[in-house]
Design a protein around this ligand. Structure first.
Ligand code: ATP
Ligand code: MG
Length: 367
């Protein structure tokens, strides 16, 4: 026997139309495994075809949220591709293959999930993640930063935050600085504790940061990843829908090779690379405005061309940036008029433009 609450949820979903199929979501068979419990928890699987707009999931969530008696925090929507994984490249696509949807947990409240990545360590991922977040927030966007660098979480230091987050009603409360919400393993483990995390533990941490932190409603969710193509990267793309990756590199050839491998990894798992940021690219003399190239130059541009994405910016070396960052002052706050701050703001502007464009429809992850 369906409860009255379940009936109201069903009615709310039945009122939503899929324009492509000229049918409502329920009749179109897009909603599966609907469960509604008396305490207001709702969960279902949303079968979203690649040709359907991802906004349908948001609409479904909003409709369910609006039902009297549904607990907003207890809505779980799992989005899957009804076609299952992409057919193997050899042989014709089989229509009789059993669907093996790669389930991804859809969290519309996080907004655009942007992953900041690099092939090599120490190239400036965290610097880019933090300053882009601060720039977007300064512009009025609601922004969260998740430090997924479980090996060396340094976001807390860069924001000058060290206190332990509060846990309210089983939810971890993010900390906040410069208008940006933050969560990092650095808040939860002892400082300088040796972190030797294996794959399953990293997966668990990433999932917890996504599900057990009260992020609220965000426009951008920026994830600072550890370098390389390891467990944290895969955990993230398995645990949520990543709208795009940003690859940070230095102008050196070596870093570019590693970065290219990182970009290929994202492409393989169906996450579009939005662009490349070249960091520590030369030095602009603050007195004369003259620019000096310190490393072999042009690596960012070459990488961008190789991947076929835009170069989002070239951030020059900035004197005292490291010192200020260590003191909890992102360069955008400490030296807003500096060339580095200007180019980081430009990166944020470009990301905002790319996010608004049609080229960034949420991808459906394939097998
Ligand atoms: N444009 C810049 N000018 C001067 N110093 C910079 C610049 N970008 C980053 N740094 C400094 O270089 C160091 C490495 O930067 P950051 O921590 O952002 O790199 P990362 O890629 O996140 O490193 P890791 O792989 O260790 O996480 C930091 O001390 C940072 O303050
Ligand atoms: Mg870092």
């Amino acid at each position: 026997m369906a409860s009255a609450l379940e009936a109201r949820v069903v009615a709310a979903l039945a009122a939503l139309r899929n324009p492509r199929l000229d049918n409502d979501l329920l009749s179109a068979g897009m909603i599966r495994d609907l469960t509604v419990t008396d305490d207001g928890a709702v969960s279902f699987t949303f079968l979203l075809a690649p040709e359907d707009p991802a906004t349908l999931v948001r609409q479904a969530r909003a409709a369910v949220q609006g039902v009297d008696g549904v607990e907003r925090d207890k809505i779980r929507i799992t989005v899957t591709n009804p076609a299952g994984p992409a057919p193997a490249t050899h042989g014709p696509p089989s229509t009789s293959a059993p669907p093996q949807p790669s389930a991804t947990s859809e969290q519309p409240n996080l907004g655009r999930v942007l992953a900041v990545s690099s092939g090599k360590g120490g190239v400036g991922k965290s610097t880019v993640a933090v300053n882009v977040a601060v720039a977007l927030a300064a512009d009025g966007a609601r922004v969260g930063v998740m430090d997924a660098d479980v090996y060396g979480p340094n976001i807390p230091r860069m924001f000058g935050l060290f206190e332990k987050p509060l846990v309210i009603a089983g939810k971890i409360q993010p900390l906040e600085a410069y208008g940006v919400k933050l969560m990092s393993l650095g808040f939860l483990v002892e400082r300088d504790a040796p972190a030797i995390w294996r794959g399953p533990i990293i997966m668990k941490i990433v999932q917890q940061f996504l599900h057990d932190v009260s992020w609220g409603e965000l426009d951008y969710f920026i994830v600072d990843l550890p370098p390389g193509t390891g467990d944290a990267q895969l955990s993230l793309v398995q645990a949520t829908q990543v709208a795009g990756a940003i690859i940070v590199t230095t102008p050196q050839e070596m870093a570019v090779g590693d970065a290219l491998r990182g970009a290929r990894m994202f492409e393989r798992v169906g996450v579009p690379v939005l662009g490349v940021v070249e960091n520590m690219s030369g030095f602009t003399d603050p007195e004369t405005g003259r620019r000096f190239e310190l490393f072999s130059s042009g690596g960012g541009q070459r990488l961008a061309e190789e991947i076929g994405v835009p170069l989002l910016g070239s951030v020059p070396l900035q004197p005292r940036l490291a010192e200020l960052a260590d003191a909890g002052q992102p360069v955008l706050v400490a030296a807003p008029a500096s060339p580095a701050a200007a180019s980081l703001r430009e990166v944020a502007d470009q990301l905002r433009r790319l996010s608004a464009g049609p080229g960034m429809a949420l991808p459906i992850l394939r097998g």
